[in-house]
Ligand binder design. Sequence first.
Ligand SMILES: NC(=O)c1ccc[n+]([C@@H]2O[C@H](COP(=O)([O-])OP(=O)(O)OC[C@H]3O[C@@H](n4cnc5c(N)ncnc54)[C@H](OP(=O)(O)O)[C@@H]3O)[C@@H](O)[C@H]2O)c1
Length: 304
Amino acid sequence: MGKIIVTGASGQFGNAAAKLLLQSVPGEDLILLSRTPEKLAEFEASGAQIRCADFDDPLSLPSAMEGGERMLLISTARVGTRVGQHTNAAQAAVAAGVRQIAYTSLFGVDAPGNPAIVKNDHLATEIAIRETGAEYTFLRDSQYAEAVAAAMAIPALQHGAKPDNCGDGKVGFVSRDDCVAVAAGVLTQDGHGNRAYPLTGPEALSIPQAMAMVSEMAGKPIQVQQVSDEEMFAYFDSLGVPRHASDIVPEGPIPWSSEDMVTFGASIREGYFDGVTDCVERITGKAPRSLRSVLEQYQGEWPV
Ligand SMILES: NC(=O)c1ccc[n+]([C@@H]2O[C@H](COP(=O)([O-])OP(=O)(O)OC[C@H]3O[C@@H](n4cnc5c(N)ncnc54)[C@H](OP(=O)(O)O)[C@@H]3O)[C@@H](O)[C@H]2O)c1
């Protein structure tokens, strides 16, 4: 098997994927990419090749991709500006000889009518990857259980309340660790070319149910306040969150927009995240982690 490229190896997903891949492939068979290769110093001893790649600078990409046969393309962080970046990366990889691209996409990405604007970038990227002619493996991750355990639970416990526009819509929360394990699996096993895998945890729960679990585990109240999309926008306005991706200040303090969050909530409310699949277990051989198990992992970080 040829070399595996991991983009965004400095990020949360990519770092974990690189570490997991090193358990099953020799370091020499990994190519790890970042705009700042110094961030990857911890991998030097493994023998992995550490290279600089900036998706905004296509000239940096041919040498970064050289020698790769498979690639894990991890979506970059800023919604609304990513399609060109991902397209540059995919095209350069295929020009350098990459034959399979696994991409971190989104659950429900191709569901007609899904209002979550975050899906637009993912869908356009999936199309761009297909157009390269490489074999594709789309990892359509549901919402991460880690996001509930940290970004959602901590402020909710601090304030004893959580404004929310998700209604009783359910989400098959999935652990990022399980998504990482699937990514490693599809890159090291045969038979995953031209497949799209919706990745979920073992059960679908609503946000009020998830917050009730957090509240019970922490022994502190959380009141979920059901609000309209307009009220949700007003709440984010009060926190100074930019409304649209185009309003985000580059390198500013808040790299996401309220339009992204509010439409994501509407998507949950309308049922677009309500689903459970067996893809994690089929690909990793292990049952997916429950939300409770991820909450237990993060419980020590919660306010007392
Ligand atoms: N399903 C969910 O609930 C959920 C939740 C959170 C995130 N996600 C998705 O998962 C993705 C990865 O999450 P994460 O937590 O690992 O994000 P992260 O820690 O912010 O990592 C993003 C990576 O992208 C790389 N990157 C950014 N801009 C780049 C560019 N112009 N050229 C090359 N590389 C670039 C960064 O590398 P350098 O800065 O080192 O270049 C970084 O390693 C996110 O983008 C998002 O799409 C999904």
